[in-house]
Write a protein that binds this ligand. Structure first.
Ligand code: FAD
Ligand code: EPU
Length: 334
């Protein structure tokens, strides 16, 4: 166990905060050892790639950095089962599949972070969501020291949410995830930006590799690279509203951007709402709302977690005042 470790390089916002205790988890046995030592009876936080967290203060408990590795697969009829250790980089897993021509995950290429975090917020991008390919995960129960396997249904996946963010928040440590792909998964070009970029490249029959490359290209144009500009992707979720609310909003704001969601509800583009409040490209000290995507808050220098959080509060207030819509943060605040 290490003490008083700077977390600056362990979070993609690049904010400085320190952890009182810091442990690396390389295998299941490490967890058993720390369970016996009583580590989980005190405050702790499980950290993957740190691409969806904001440290607003020093962490007085123990950070568990998940580092276990390994990817395996087996094929059964038309199904491909791939099991990856939680500490694997998500994009490496995507390319493991592409290199073997296993279709399914390519639309989620280049999402930062780890395999272990992928079910936590049910990651998604460009027309695909993790829940469509998640089969099971194995997780360590910090209450009992036992291992539990969660099925897809047991995870209660929905948009940017799962049981690991709700009922079991902070309880289970995911050790590995098994994905189920199908040899005959159809290539998904439904997201407008993918179609446009395929046309630009004169690609009429794309392969899964083409899709991953096109998605990666689009992402790089739109989103800041955390290696050079601190950020955690979308800071807020796209808010979901009722049909009645949408009708009212459309009367006042005819160009509002929205998408049909489930059960006659609609997702509003939070980026559009934030932009219309005048925040796009705006800076408060070293906190800047990204020029190309108002949903992304960036740290352009030495911003603190507290400063970033404060700007996020101002954005929530402004969006609420203008649209009577409450934005919910996607990023995990500590
Ligand atoms: P962390 O930030 O380390 O942790 C996130 C949460 O998961 C925390 O609550 C943590 O405790 C928990 N957690 C992590 N590992 C485990 C584990 N093994 N067991 C239990 N709990 C765990 N997300 C999308 O969905 N779609 C996108 O398109 C997208 N684009 C992004 C673009 C950029 C530039 C950035 C910086 C982020 C983006 N994100 C996106 C957010 C981020 O990539 C995902 O949330 C990712 O899954 C976070 O992985 P991580 O390993 O960095 O998790
Ligand atoms: N828009 C604006 N102004 C902006 C940003 C967006 O008007 O500044 C409008 C535009 O009309 C644009 C639309 O919003 O066409 C949608 O924008 P975009 O395609 O960038 O998608 P998003 O809804 O803003 C979501 C996810 C991203 C994911 C992309 C692609 C959430 C919270 N965000 O963003 O995920 O990569 O779709 O699928 O659902 C993340 O979760 O961290 C993340 C980056």
């Amino acid at each position: 166990m290490q003490h008083h470790i700077s977390l600056k390089t362990y979070n993609t916002f690049g904010v400085d905060a320190s952890a009182r205790n810091f442990i690396e988890i390389n295998n299941e046995q490490d967890l058993n050892t720390f369970f016996i030592q009583g580590v989980f009876q005190q405050e702790f936080f499980v950290l993957g790639g740190g691409s969806n967290v904001l440290f607003t203060q020093d962490f007085e408990g123990t950070i568990l950095k998940i580092n276990n590795k390994g990817i395996q697969h087996f094929i059964e009829g038309s199904n491909i089962f791939i099991t990856a250790a939680a500490g694997e980089v998500w994009n490496d897993l995507v390319w493991y599949c592409i290199d073997r021509n296993f279709p399914g995950l390519e639309n989620m290429a280049l999402i930062p972070g780890s395999v272990g975090a992928s079910p936590v917020q049910n990651i998604g991008a460009y027309g695909a969501e993790l829940m469509d390919f998640f089969y099971t995960c194995r997780a360590f129960d910090t209450y009992t020291g036992e291992l539990k396997t969660f099925t897809n249904q047991e995870c209660s996946f929905t948009y940017r949410d799962s049981i690991f963010k709700t009922k079991f928040k902070g309880r289970f440590i995911i050790l590995s995830v098994t994905y189920k792909l199908r040899i005959d998964n159809k290539i998904n070009t439904s997201y407008g930006a993918i179609e446009t970029e395929l046309l630009n490249r004169n690609i009429t029959s794309p392969t899964i590799k083409d899709i991953a490359e096109v998605v990666s290209f689009i992402r790089v144009q739109k989103l800041p690279d955390p290696k050079t500009i601190g950020n955690a992707g979308s800071f807020f979720k796209n808010p979901v509203v009722s049909h009645d609310k949408l009708v009212t909003l459309k009367e006042d704001f005819p160009t509002i951007v929205y998408y049909p969601f489930i059960n006659n509800t609609f997702k509003l583009a939070a980026g559009w709402l934030i932009e219309k409040c005048g925040w796009k490209g705006k800076s408060v000290g070293d906190v800047k709302i990204w020029n190309n995507q108002a949903l992304v808050i960036t740290n352009t220098g030495q911003a603190t977690g507290k400063e970033i959080f404060k700007v996020s509060e101002q954005i929530i207030d402004d969006v609420n005042a203008k649209f009577q819509v409450i934005l919910e943060r996607e990023v995990n605040i500590l």
